[in-house]
Design a protein around this ligand. Structure first.
Ligand code: NOJ
Ligand code: CA
Length: 681
């Protein structure tokens, strides 16, 4: 596919086309997407506000409840009727500073519907719906109310009532391990409480994913199945059971529903980003996508330790060795974990003792930052909080100042918390335990982002709040974890199954970039038969760089394993992390996926394809390439006899000239993959 928008269009066509307000006597308000494929009907006929959704005239959600419950205000729900509607249309093309595509089309029809209690006296609220060709966003907007300022939301009544059965792809919500679970594939009725993005496939083949966008100063929701097929937003509570503590007026985050005729339609959707506010940071030319290596996997496979002692990983010598390796192969950054005081003993349980400014004696931060600079490499900072956020908050300004002074422009943060809850100390000095996705932590994570931005530092959050597209507003929120990453292959019981990365693109990745940390070459550090190993082929590790989008990608393995396989390393050296366009070419959830992406720095295209535990052959046509150009296709594919279990290392690397009119057959082994560079000649 060609570059879809010219720059003139990109800058020229932001336009609010029309706004009309009506007083409504009718009890139904209907609004459709610009292409008419999706329709939402909002009604008060049931005696409370409802909405329903159809796609190509077939019901997706039947009448589903809306509403909010407060501690002191009356419930916004039953007895509320529609009193007015305001319609508008909007279309623009906006530019991402970095991303999976440079230009994003944002075109929708909007209606804001006001509900009031029956005697139309004091209580009113609005629900704003935006209907796009790829889905829907709606949110609650509660206006100022005379005599009321502080409010507590104690429940939200939004429901998603599936009109049919479906297959669901989901991880449990409110578990101790946050988002780090193996995905379940079940009938809809077998879902309990699920995190979002919550992705389903309807019997018609239509794919629907529920999530939220622009989550700021509000609680995240999980989905609770209340009646068969009816899911309710379950806002994550504070330690005291309250859901949202705020001031009037306020807005909820957007409840989002992505709808596509095919699985790949979800992957090509921009809905979540489009529902976020534009960049609030101004010039963000200091936010740099790139690739990094680090003193990291060595700890996860027990060769080194975070804590001090004989096996300490973050030493001057070891760091210099990684800097040299990064410089040799053109990696931008070197992450060093375990450099700061506080890791000794059980760091998992002991976040209160971390210092974020004092190094262990065998780690000389200024000298290493200087050495890295001489070599054209940047150190990547690291702050593990072990969930003690007050300890972190108290040192945050000093810690970020120190890194700024050292020329460090990116920090990986971590919020591992024993038992699943974050510890904070309240104003009275009492310890309070909060969920990672409650309102308190939603604000705490964002505070780290805005504080870092003041110092031109970007943040890669591990154990994060789920992504809701805030990278559009805060482009220094460069990546995050928020799912089971590579680390589970080192010690997880069980490690990630072969289908894991064939589910992630359709679930977790719909929310935004993930720091998965691909590129393990020594797939079985404890032997092929050991429980803990990487359950993929080598070629699939390369494909992950294209499949799992992130503007920062780690080459996660140890330098010696890369030095031992330079031909395969070449792909990691070549692959960019910033794209002018991305197209999901083919795929089915849990089975396989094929992405094509165009580099932002050159005219080259890349393809990444991967499969689950089944070997698979997929034919792709190359019509995304320039019609009048020739490309050298550099292929990294599973060898003829490769399989993930016994022969994961067999890889075939070859080159061939191709053109846009050609077709290519991708042959993937069990849990295999293909990675291709198309170098324009
Ligand atoms: C969990 C992170 O996901 C992992 O990457 C990191 O090494 C450890 N915490 C220690 O900070
Ligand atoms: Ca983690």
């Amino acid at each position: 596919m060609k570059q879809r928008f010219s720059t003139t269009i990109a800058y020229g066509c932001a336009a609010l086309l029309a706004t009309f307000t009506y007083s409504v006597s009718a009890k139904q308000v209907s609004i459709s997407s610009p292409d008419q494929s999706i329709t939402v009907v909002v009604s008060d006929e049931a005696g409370f506000p409802t909405y329903k959704v159809s796609h190509q005239n077939k019901p997706v959600f039947s009448e589903s409840k809306m509403g909010l419950a407060f501690k002191s205000l009356p419930e916004f729900g039953s007895e509320f009727v529609i009193t007015s509607e305001t319609r508008s249309e909007f279309s623009e093309v906006w530019e991402q500073p970095w991303g999976e595509r440079q230009f994003v089309e944002n075109t929708y029809n909007e209606v804001s519907i006001t509900f009031a209690d029956k005697d139309e006296s004091k209580w009113q609220f609005s629900a704003r719906f935006r209907v796009y060709n790829d889905g829907i966003g709606f949110r609650y907007e509660i206006p100022e109310i005379k005599g009321e300022s502080k409010v507590e939301v104690v429940d939200e009544d939004t429901e998603f009532g599936f009109a049919s059965d479906a297959t669901a792809y989901w991880i449990p919500g409110r578990g101790w391990n946050r988002y780090e679970y193996i995905y379940n594939t079940t009938a809809l009725e077998d879902v309990d409480r699920a995190h979002t993005p919550f992705t389903t496939k309807l019997p018609t083949g239509v794919h629907v994913s529920i999530h939220e966008a622009a989550l700021v100063d509000y609680a995240a929701f999980t989905l609770d199945q209340r009646r068969p097929g009816v899911f309710k937003t379950d806002l994550t509570p504070w330690y005291d059971g309250s859901k949202v503590k705020t001031q009037l007026p306020f807005k909820s985050s957007w409840r989002t529903i992505q709808i596509a005729s095919e699985a790949t339609g979800l992957l090509n959707s921009n809905l979540i980003l489009n529902l976020n506010e534009p960049n609030k940071l101004g010039d963000v030319s200091w936010v740099n996508p790139g690739k990094y290596v680090g003193i990291w996997w060595a700890m996860h496979v027990n060769e080194k330790t975070w804590g001090s002692g004989e096996k300490h990983g973050a030493t001057n010598d070891e760091t210099r060795r990684y800097i040299d390796f990064a410089a040799k192969y053109g990696f931008d950054g070197v992450l060093v974990e375990g450099w700061n005081i506080g890791w000794d003993g059980s760091w998992f349980h002991n976040g209160d003792v971390f210092s974020f400014t004092e190094s262990y004696p065998d780690f000389d931060l200024p000298a290493l930052a200087k050495y890295a600079k001489q070599k054209g490499v940047k150190l990547v900072g690291h702050h593990e909080t072990s969930g003690s956020v007050t300890n972190y908050r108290n040192q945050m300004a000093d810690a970020y100042d120190l890194y700024e002074k050292m020329g460090i422009e990116q920090i990986k943060t971590g919020y591992v918390a024993d038992g699943g809850r974050i510890k904070r100390i309240d104003e009275q000095g009492h310890a309070r335990h909060e969920w990672h996705d409650g309102q308190f932590m939603v604000n705490e994570y964002l505070h780290s982002i805005t504080e870092a931005a003041k110092r031109k530092i970007s943040i890669n959050t591990h154990e994060p709040i789920k992504d809701t597209g805030l990278r559009r507003t805060y482009p220094n929120w460069i990546a995050r974890e928020g799912a089971r990453g590579q680390e589970f292959n080192a010690w997880g019981s069980p490690p990630n199954p072969p289908e894991h990365t064939a589910i992630l693109p359709y679930t977790r990745m719909l929310s935004g970039p993930m720091d998965f940390t691909p590129g393990i070459f020594n797939l079985a550090p404890y032997g092929l038969q050991a429980e803990n190993r990487v359950k993929t082929t080598l070629a699939k590790q390369l494909a992950l760089y294209v499949v799992l989008y992130s503007p920062i990608q780690m080459a996660a393995d140890l330098p010696r394993h890369y030095e031992n396989n330079k031909p395969a390393l070449q792909f990691i050296v070549d692959v960019p992390t910033d794209w002018s366009d991305s197209i999901a070419l083919a795929g089915e959830i849990g089975d396989y996926v094929v992405f094509a992406r165009k580099s932002r720095e050159s005219e080259d295209w890349y393809v990444g394809a991967l499969t689950d535990e089944n070997a698979r052959t997929v034919e792709i046509d190359l019509s995304f390439l320039d019609a009048d150009a020739a490309y050298e296709m550099q292929v990294y594919q599973d060898g003829k006899n490769a399989d993930w279990l016994d022969r994961p290392y067999e890889i075939e690397i070859y080159s061939k000239m191709v053109r846009a009119k050609d077709k290519v057959t991708l042959k993937m082994a069990t849990s295999g993959g293909t990675a291709i560079r198309f170098a324009k000649k």
